[in-house]
Design a protein around this ligand. Structure first.
Ligand SMILES: Nc1ncnc2c1ncn2[C@@H]1O[C@H](COP(=O)(O)OP(=O)(O)OP(=O)(O)O)[C@@H](O)[C@H]1O
Length: 360
């Protein structure tokens, strides 16, 4: 069930190419408006690309040559191919479980196989099987109106899988759920996604780590980062991915003495770490390893960068001091002692050995 996809949609500034291996789950991350839903909707067949081609297990979902529209008008020589959504073998699970309100849970789950021509007894048997798999067997006779949010989402997953899709698309499946039920649903998804080809849109880095083999970071309709989950989040190449991983990211160029950041600062990296001079590099630093001073410290052993505080945010026992460059996690006592507040000018320091530098 390898899936290959390429599509452009000029109206939304969208231009993405992606291949997903059989059984692989890919997490799709990106800021609001990045094009995550557009990608899912193009795969599901809910919107048409200007150009592109998508193939799932040798079946062409769409094939729209770049000049198809002009050519059709001119000669009709180049034809687009377009498979309707219901024939694609793709299930899209939306954020809110959209179950048929008048059908029982069992009939909701059996709906897919029945529509595909499977006999009632067999469709019901499959539906019971999926309800057991999502730990919701006892809900089979209920109507959707009698379900909690978490129960509804379990049923929606069972329904999406009952039609045995070659590709499962999940659009923030945990976003609408209470934090108290999300862990159980995440465990269930981990179980059902284990050997399945799937794309999951999420804003939660925990989902990426627990559910996905690979992450794709979209920004402004393009892929800006792609790779194994740990690699992309441990060694981010975009501020967005760094933010998800709660890391500071400095981007720059390797010099003979360390890194020259794009903002013009010099940063020393761990001794012995040699990066080819002139290469593009990222430097990741955990906010907990950054200290804040109100006056410029003098310590040649530290990297020291200036910053202007943008905001202060409580994070458990610590306060995250976010500046225009780096963020630092400090105790409330430090905030009080230094009288830190938005707009204040501060100095941020970290040891070279606490930075991780890597080629981009
Ligand atoms: N129906 C539409 N018609 C025209 N443009 C749209 C439509 N829906 C979305 N867009 C635009 O396409 C771009 C991508 O939007 P999309 O909804 O795919 O982003 P997203 O990554 O899913 O965002 P979010 O995280 O907010 O759901 C945005 O610029 C958006 O304004």
């Amino acid at each position: 069930m390898t899936f290959t996809f390429a599509a452009t949609l000029a109206e939304r500034g969208f231009d993405v190419e992606l291949t997903i291996a059989e059984g692989e789950t890919v997490a799709l991350l990106g800021p609001n408006g990045a094009g995550k839903s557009t990608l899912l909707n193009l795969i599901a067949g809910l919107i048409r690309p200007d150009s592109g081609r998508a193939v799932l297990d040798d079946r062409v979902l769409f094939d729209v040559p770049a000049d198809a529209q002009g050519a059709r008008a001119a000669s009709n020589a180049i034809r687009s191919r377009w498979m309707p959504p219901h024939a694609r073998g793709v299930s899209l699970l939306a954020q809110d479980a959209l179950l048929f309100p008048h059908l029982t849970v069992l009939d909701n789950v059996a709906f897919g196989p029945r529509s595909a021509g499977v006999h009632r007894a067999e469709a019901d048997a499959r539906a019971h099987g999926w309800l057991r798999r999502v730990d919701a067997a006892e809900l089979s006779a209920r109507k959707p109106g009698q379900l909690s949010g978490g129960q509804g989402q379990r049923i929606a997953v069972a329904r999406a899988l009952a039609s045995d899709p070659g590709l499962l698309l999940l659009d923030e499946p945990l976003a609408a759920l209470d934090v108290s039920v999300a862990p159980a649903i995440r465990r269930m998804l981990r179980d059902v996604l284990a050997d399945r080809t799937a794309v999951i849109v999420t804003h939660d880095v925990l989902d990426a780590f627990t559910l996905a083999d690979r992450v794709v970071v979209l920004e402004a309709g393009r892929i800006v980062d792609i790779g194994p989950t740990r690699q992309v989040l441990d060694r981010p190449s975009t501020q967005f991915a760094a933010g998800l991983a709660a890391l500071n990211l400095l981007l720059g160029t390797a010099s003979a003495y360390g890194i020259r950041t794009d903002a013009g600062s010099h940063v020393a990296v761990p001794v012995g770490q040699s990066l080819p001079e002139g290469a593009r590099v990222g430097v990741a630093i955990r906010p907990a390893l950054v200290s804040v001073s109100a006056t410029e410290p003098f310590d040649p052993a530290l990297n020291i960068l200036p910053g202007v505080i943008i905001d202060l945010e409580t994070r458990g026992d610590l306060i995250r001091v976010r500046t225009d460059h780096l963020a630092a996690d400090v105790t409330p006592g430090v905030v009080a002692d230094l009288d830190l507040s938005s707009g204040a000018r501060v100095w941020l320091a970290f040891r070279p050995t606490d930075a991780v530098a890597y080629l981009l």
